[in-house]
Design a protein around this ligand. Structure first.
Ligand code: G3I
Length: 360
């Protein structure tokens, strides 16, 4: 027995030294220079992990900035790169906020995903009141897209070229571009963006793939049509603004369906709402937080099941519950994200990482 014990002791000591030795080697992917294992989202996940950032918090909130630097290797500007923010007047552009975000990202080795060149819903008044011929509208569209894409060339890795062009029933959403150019405004956006930068990755971004088969089919038809006519497109963004009650199967089917296109797949605005119209005072209990954690884990697992070369990343829409768009003025209160109101990790944070490691 003693012999066994002696060898057992020896083996434990030797294994311990072996592990310590390994952790100091460069090939332990998450070890830092003093052998501490980095257990952050970006270190654990085998795909880029991003957050949609608010410019005012990025400028003014040290805790927010440090959390972004520590946990994320991708970011999306929540609003600062939209048409209305960048191009407030026909001949005037505002680059300050977007440039600040891009410079912060590049200084901290964080990838930038551009959101969004054309979103039918959010345009400045000078666009929505513009009067002109179809060619005038096409010229306006081309000028905006190519000015913006060229401004960020070499800094922004990818763009949501068009955001939310379809209704849930799969028809085209009514908007100034559709009315004044026609449905081919969508392909023109992708062509103009590709002309401006041959290397930037071009995405079509939308929500509802997990609950609307008609919208999902409209997106798949768009990709099939683009491919048949060599219209440039590199990826699809599934916003995945989902809620805890949506079934895992619906989410998995949506992710698999878009992955069948062979394009890059970005879960671009992930959140799992849990509130169901409760008052602002509502605090989710452990049961609800655990249900949310389980949903995040199932989404990550579904995402990991698509080919690795198609995994463009998972971006949550905002960073903590405190800065969630869902808690902005006049909206329903919720707790949809991985970090709570004090930017502390929630059960969803741990579940996200365990699933990303393949341990859930
Ligand atoms: O910047 C103005 C400010 O000058 C003004 O005083 C204030 C008062 O109205 O409005 C500010 O603009 C607001 C902007 O957010 C910046 O805070 C707009 O009113 C407000 O409508 C806008 O909401 C954003 C919304 O998109 C519309 O652009 C949300 O923050 C943002 O989270 C939301 O994000 C969208 C994605 O882009 C696309 N997918 C859906 C997602 C959620 O709706």
């Amino acid at each position: 027995m003693m012999i066994f014990f002696k060898y057992k002791t020896f083996s434990i000591i030797s294994v311990s030294f072996f592990c310590l030795a390994i952790s100091n080697c460069s090939f332990v992917s998450n070890a830092n220079s003093i052998g501490q294992v980095d257990t952050t989202l970006k270190a654990i996940a085998p795909f880029p992990v991003g957050g949609a950032v608010k410019i005012n918090l990025l400028r003014n909130d040290r805790l927010y900035r440090n959390l972004l630097i520590k946990e994320y290797n991708s970011l999306t500007a929540e609003n600062a790169m939209k048409f209305v923010a960048l191009h407030p007047g026909k001949d005037s552009y505002r680059w300050e906020d977007a440039d600040y975000i891009v410079n912060f990202a590049l200084d901290n080795n964080i990838r930038v995903h551009g959101h969004t060149l054309i979103w039918p819903r959010v345009n400045p008044p000078w666009v929505t009141t513009f009067k002109g011929s179809r060619n005038d509208w096409k010229r306006m569209l081309k000028t905006h897209i190519q000015t913006v894409v060229k401004h960020f060339k070499g800094k922004v890795k990818s763009w949501d070229v068009v955001n939310e062009a379809f209704e849930d029933n799969g028809t085209y959403k009514d908007n100034v571009w559709l009315r004044n150019i026609g449905k081919d405004y969508i392909e023109l956006c992708f062509k103009y963006a590709r002309e401006a930068d041959p290397n930037v990755l071009l995405f079509y971004n939308d929500y509802g793939h997990e609950y609307s088969t008609k919208k999902l089919q409209a997106v798949l038809n768009l990709v099939k049509d683009f491919k048949s006519r060599n219209i440039p497109i590199d990826g699809l963004g599934l916003q995945m603004h989902t809620v805890v009650r949506v079934t895992d199967l619906k989410i998995k089917n949506a992710i698999n369906a878009v992955a069948s296109t062979g394009l890059l797949i970005h879960l671009s605005e992930l959140e799992v709402a849990i509130n169901y119209q409760q008052p602002k005072s509502f605090i989710p209990d452990k049961t609800l937080l655990d249900r949310q954690a389980s949903k995040y884990a199932s989404i990550v697992k579904a995402y990991l099941s698509i080919p690795k070369k198609q995994q463009y990343g998972i971006t949550t829409w905002n960073v903590g519950d405190k800065d969630s768009w869902k808690n902005s003025k006049g909206r329903n209160h919720d707790h949809p994200l991985l970090f709570d109101y004090q930017y502390q990790p929630k059960p969803a944070y741990k579940a996200f990482k365990l699933a990303a490691e393949g341990k859930q």
